[in-house]
Ligand binder design. Structure first.
Ligand code: LLP
Length: 476
């Protein structure tokens, strides 16, 4: 299915490459967002011949490279598993998103939750980006990375008093307030501090994002935001509060969207709200459309940021506001991989059935997405393997049957010690990792050209028990 899809893409691309050089660039940008290296070698080769720089995880002489560094060289120095990010891909994806909105006032606030390493936040900060945060911890990271507080927006349904105070003290751009109680709490905290809190209300537009149920956030039954038809009353209430400054309206309807229409439906509803507020003398400076643009993990067909941007600009018309975006996955998803090593291969037999397993040294604690959402991640050998293959489950060492990276995958024959690359792992990979089964969290590495740097050390055993103690009353 995937191979068929890619063949179709290859012929589309080759047709398009005959057109003007502008068009060529568009094609390159378009396909850069896709993870095509997880397929059959011959096909990958023919595609790479057509598109010189599709992404920065490429095979050269049968070996997977990240930019100009062989992935195996990093593994040799660091051991496995580790997350690996390409600076060139991160930069290119950020710029592709951000420049799609050239011509309209806008701010791209990277969703810190998707990939929160301070090196990555600092890269986007230097490219002119801001940060979308959802906790005091994320605010701390963004500030440590040097992100301008005037480009930080604070989303989330459950901000504590302490977190609100931290945000106010730091002078962030906006609080995306999600309930009347939060508004009152923010007004009180700001009053105590003698400041005014800049506020946007996150509204729930009751729009179906048509994505996985766990990451769909814009339906009335979801916990997020304020029902859009109750918002006008809350705006009026806020206008009367001494320590609140009403500035914007925000929303985020879900993640990994492959359709543009839910975004547009949402924007229409936000525009109606902004119009209604204007009629009541409340002027809105910012419209925050959240994140959510999807990427290719397998055979999805999400919009390119350019298409997304064009549709939004069209719908916006001449409305005089600054747009805010909170993209995460579309920027980092295909800019990072996880590298793991085969520990064992085994076959379990019962009756006339047999099941082949590739046991690797990364588990559901290191990459949770397959277990939690049933998500697909391409997996490929770091050294191109021979072409005999069999159907396998690629599983981790965790003591749960739900611990898998890939299921029923037609996979080249691999052996103990082989390195595997788990593709499209840059978003919600490391950030969702845990210490389950007392496994130290893995290292993170960034490549820039022909050099690589560890941007987070592998955790040590001592760090595993940091903060733990055995109380006196347990002493023998
Ligand atoms: N803004 C808000 C308020 C959000 O809640 C999110 C993601 C984003 C922006 C960024 O969305 P993105 O552009 O990355 O789609 N762990 C899940 C994804 C959870 C998304 C949560 N919110 C996964 O691994 O698929």
């Amino acid at each position: 299915m995937r191979v068929k899809n890619l063949k179709r893409q290859a012929s589309d691309i080759s047709a398009l490459l005959h057109e003007s050089s502008n068009k060529k660039q568009e094609v390159l940008d378009c396909y850069l967002y896709q993870n095509v290296t997880s397929t059959h070698k011959a096909l990958t080769c023919s595609l790479s011949a057509l598109i010189p720089i599709m992404n920065h995880f490429q095979y050269k002489n049968g070996e997977l490279f990240c930019e100009d560094v062989p992935v195996s060289e990093i593994a040799k120095e660091l051991g496995t598993p580790f997350y690996l990010y390409s600076k060139a891909t991160l930069t290119r994806h950020f710029n592709a998103f951000d420049t799609s909105f050239d011509g309209v006032d806008h701010l791209t606030c990277f969703a810190v939750k998707s990939c929160s390493n301070i090196a990555i936040l600092s890269l986007f900060g230097n490219l002119g980006g801001g940060a979308d945060i959802v906790s005091g911890g994320e605010l701390f990271r963004a500030l440590k990375a040097g992100v301008d507080p005037k480009r930080i927006i604070y989303s989330g349904v459950g901000k504590t008093e302490e977190e609100l105070r931290y945000g106010l003290k730091s002078g962030i751009l906006l609080f995306n307030v999600e309930s009347e109680q939060e508004l009152c709490r923010l007004n009180n905290v700001a009053g105590d501090m003698g400041v005014k809190a800049p506020v946007a209300f996150r509204v729930n537009p009751d729009v179906d994002a048509k994505t996985h149920a766990y990451i769909s956030t814009g339906l009335a039954k979801n916990k997020f935001g304020i029902p859009i038809n109750e918002a006008p009353d809350l705006y009026l209430q806020a206008e009367g509060m001494a320590n609140i400054e009403v500035k914007g309206v925000s929303c985020h309807i879900g993640s990994q969207l492959t359709l543009i229409s839910p975004f547009i439906e949402t924007l229409q509803k936000l525009k109606d709200l902004v119009g209604l507020l204007a009629d009541n003398g409340i002027s809105i400076q910012y419209i925050d459309l959240g994140g959510g643009v999807g990427i290719v993990y397998d055979d999805e067909n999400p919009p390119h940021p350019k298409e997304y941007a064009e549709a939004i600009k069209d719908e916006l018309g001449g409305l005089d506001v600054t747009l805010i975006f909170e993209p995460g996955r579309v920027i980092v998803g295909n800019a990072g991989i996880m590298v793991t090593e085969v520990q064992y291969t085994k076959t379990n037999r019962g009756g006339d059935k047999e099941k082949h397993f590739v046991v690797v040294d990364a588990g559901m604690n290191d990459l949770t997405r397959p277990s939690l959402y049933g998500s697909f991640h391409g997996v490929q050998p770091v050294k191109e393997a021979n072409y005999t293959s069999q159907v396998v489950d690629i599983v981790g060492p965790i003591c749960e049957t739900g611990d898998f990276i890939a299921k029923d995958r037609d996979f080249p024959d691999v052996e103990q010690g082989d390195l595997l690359a788990v593709m499209s792992a840059g978003a919600y990979g490391f950030t969702m990792a845990s210490n389950y089964n007392s496994r130290p969290r893995v290292a993170e590495v960034m490549v820039a050209g022909d050099t690589f740097k560890i941007i987070r050390l592998r955790e040590t055993m001592d760090q595993l028990i940091r903060g733990e103690s055995i109380p006196d009353f347990l002493e023998k």
